[in-house]
Design a protein around this ligand. Structure first.
Ligand code: GLY
Length: 379
């Protein structure tokens, strides 16, 4: 249980009122879209550009969260529209990757949990089987992507982000009473414990394993500044990802891992509460990533709920600091703009720096509803 101070409860209620007003307007404009970012304040539409894109579940997820909060039918209708649109990915098959958890947990699993829709259950089982099929037995890891250029060989590549896809496997095991899916998830977590978390609690983004014999070949900087640096969103995928594996399995070593990553993350938060793209990036340019702050807040709130009285406040108060910073400095609360968070960044070496990104909005909303205490947990 979270014990929020009266002032913090009032702040949460105030933010929810702003979210409700904003989403009422934005959902009207984006009712037939799957957005990734905004252009001139309006959502783009991944249905027209890249239906396999890994973020395509988040808008549906936001709609389910809003439906759970308000009971307004249009949110359920929009969420269902996005879920239907994703069926094309199954038909195409090529182009899918390990991020099927990000895509079908907030859409099909959510729909099934809320309404019992049997078509949604079937879609989610398809996605779970695709994810399980990416497991490399020799290395004990789930392969991230398929090669998309002739020069790349990613057969041995796993990325820390995958920790967030594993709840799809836990769900499938629970749903079918077949332990295979959860066994694969736990093998991946055990490998990640060894290969991704560094002694100081920071994490690698990409680890390359020998796909035939197992064992680490090398690491890559991935979306961070460079090899050995500390891409902040990767830290938060690990923080929240290990925590969710703990929530699904009860294994104390997974909670310990989440706490280790959290301690590293908290120790590196700048005084102003604004999270950089990479904790080890140069001082200038001063790039930031609000998505990392929102994801971290979600994970920290869950850790706070899982630990004892004497330590829970440090996690909760850090989450509150991150969220209040976003609310006051990095949110566009106008109902004219489709995005909520500004200054999200795709990667350090990428043109998409300081843009709006849909999962920033999603995780901010999830964190706020967690603080309210009646959240719809989609993972
Ligand atoms: N999963 C890719 C990213 O976090 O950008």
């Amino acid at each position: 249980m979270l014990n929020l101070l009266r002032d913090d409860q009032d702040w949460v209620e105030h933010v929810i009122a702003k979210l409700t007003a904003k989403m009422d307007a934005v959902s009207e404009r984006s009712s037939t879209k799957i957005p990734y970012t905004t252009k001139n304040g309006y959502h783009d539409n991944q249905i027209e550009t890249d239906i396999n894109w890994w973020t395509n579940g988040f808008w549906g997820g936001m709609m389910w969260l809003m439906y759970h909060e308000t009971g307004v039918p249009k949110y359920k209708e929009i969420a269902t529209f996005t879920e239907d649109a994703l069926d094309l990915c199954f038909h195409q098959f090529y182009g899918l990757h390990h991020d099927v958890g990000f895509m079908w947990l907030p859409t099909s699993v959510a729909n099934y949990k809320v309404t019992g829709n049997s078509e949604s259950r079937k879609r989610a089982m398809h996605a779970a089987n695709l994810l399980a099929g990416r497991f490399n037995l020799a290395g004990g890891f789930i392969r991230a992507w398929n090669d998309d250029t002739a020069n790349e060989d990613t057969r041995g590549w796993a990325i820390v982000d995958c920790m967030m896809n594993l709840p799809l496997l836990y769900w499938a095991s629970k749903e079918t009473k077949d332990p295979r899916f959860a066994q694969i998830a736990m093998k991946h977590v055990d490998t990640a414990l060894e290969a991704f978390i560094r002694p100081d609690g920071s994490v690698n983004h990409i680890v390359e394993f020998d796909p035939f014999h197992g064992g680490v070949v090398r690491t890559y900087g991935g979306q961070g500044y460079e090899e050995g640096s500390s891409w902040t969103r990767g830290q938060t995928w690990a923080l929240y990802g290990f925590m969710m594996s703990y929530m699904h399995t009860g294994k104390p070593e997974y909670l310990q891992a989440a706490k280790r990553v959290a301690h590293y993350f908290m120790a590196n938060i700048p005084d102003n509460g604004v999270i950089p793209i990479d904790f080890r990036q140069p001082k200038e340019p001063c790039y930031e990533d609000t998505t990392a702050a929102a994801i971290a807040a979600c994970g920290l709130i869950e850790i706070s709920k899982a630990v004892g009285e004497y330590e829970k406040d440090v996690y909760l108060n850090t989450a509150l600091k991150l969220l209040k910073t976003i609310d006051t400095l990095r949110c566009d609360w106008s109902t004219e703009a489709d995005h909520l968070l500004i200054n999200g960044s795709a990667a350090y070496h990428h043109q998409d720096i300081h843009i709006s990104i849909i999962y920033g909005d999603y995780y901010f909303m999830e964190a706020i509803f967690k603080l309210k205490g009646n959240d719809l947990f989609l993972w």
